[in-house]
Design a protein around this ligand. Structure first.
Ligand code: SER
Length: 316
């Protein structure tokens, strides 16, 4: 059985991915790490350690000591926060990836790496609907630039050194367990919390801003599926487009109103509107479907019902 390292286990994706990986590979084989404490089920349900991916010496020690075979590197500064601290975000997003790629190159036991890319790799010159896998990419955000550069580095390490890195261009991810921090698509998480807590929400994007989104269980299933696919089935050596559903704040609002009729929304677009305006409204993910069988199980209606129920339980 492979030993797996998850970096960023306290985050929005990590806190759910660790649980699924532990089910599939056995708790003792999944090492959850982060620079901060993680939710109790992550810290108590298997090995957990505070680990800073920026510290390359500590990282390589950890990987050798625990005989790690697969690495999921999920730690990153998201789009909104990266605009506030550009050089710091660049450093964190890039240096951490380079540390991982170098370790994977040096340590023979490390067979596979997962690193998330994002729809933020696209920019204002990219076709905005049904964005193709292969297209113009001129991102204008720090986060997007770091993800595009990261994709190129992953491709480079695969072709030059045979490091098996796999990646997905995640759309906005919607989940209830751990609130995301500082992303442009995160209104779609906040809105559910605020609807339950306050019955009202002030949205930082315009009513009709369409963005591609995916419910977390679909994102986790896609991630595990890509990592378990045979390398020979993968026709590209960089990140796969992942589209999911294309939704607007107004559509989410209407869906919530079905369950909370008094729910009220106001719109006050901030700097994140400019970011969203450069991202795709919908993404063509047919290659992911064809190569390794990506499937989306949750639509807006089904996802919203689960979000409301789970957040209600959580806030009780
Ligand atoms: N969801 C991320 C963000 O908004 C994009 O990958 O920053």
């Amino acid at each position: 059985m492979d030993n797996i390292l998850v970096i960023g286990a306290a985050g929005q994706i990590g806190s759910e991915l660790v649980i699924e990986l532990r089910k599939a590979y056995g708790s003792e084989h999944v090492f959850a790490t982060d620079v901060k404490q993680a939710p109790p089920d992550i810290m108590e349900g298997g090995p957990f350690q505070i680990l800073d991916v920026m510290d390359d010496k500590q990282l390589i020690h950890f990987i050798i000591r625990h005989k790690i075979n697969q690495i999921y590197h999920l730690a990153a500064v998201l789009s909104g926060n990266a605009e506030k601290l550009p050089t710091q975000a660049w450093k964190i997003n890039m240096e951490s990836l380079m540390n991982i790629l170098e370790v994977a190159k040096m340590v023979e036991e490390v067979k596979k790496v997962f690193w998330p890319s994002s729809i933020a790799v696209f920019g204002p010159t990219t076709p905005r609907t049904d964005t193709p896998q292969l297209t113009v990419m001129e991102p204008v955000t720090v986060y997007g630039i770091s993800k595009l550069a990261g994709e190129r580095w992953c491709d480079y390490y695969f072709n030059k050194f045979g490091v098996d890195v796999r990646s997905l261009r995640y759309p906005g991810l919607i989940s209830y367990k751990t609130e995301a921090g500082g992303g442009t698509s995160d209104y779609a998480v906040e809105i559910f919390y605020q609807a339950i807590r306050n019955g009202s929400y002030e949205c930082f994007l315009n009513k009709d801003t369409a963005l591609p989104m995916l419910f977390m269980p679909d994102a986790i299933a896609a991630t595990v599926k890509l990592m378990e696919a045979s390398r020979s089935d993968l026709s590209i050596s960089c990140a796969y487009n992942l589209g999911g559903m294309s939704i607007t704040p107004d559509q989410v609002y209407r869906e919530i109103r079905k369950e909370i009729p008094g729910f009220n929304i106001t719109y006050r677009p901030d700097f994140r509107q400019e970011i969203a305006d450069t991202w795709p409204q919908s993404v063509d993910d047919s290659l992911a479907r064809k190569d390794w069988g990506f499937k989306q199980n949750y639509d807006l209606e089904r996802m919203s019902r689960i979000m409301l129920k789970e957040i209600q339980n959580k806030l009780k």
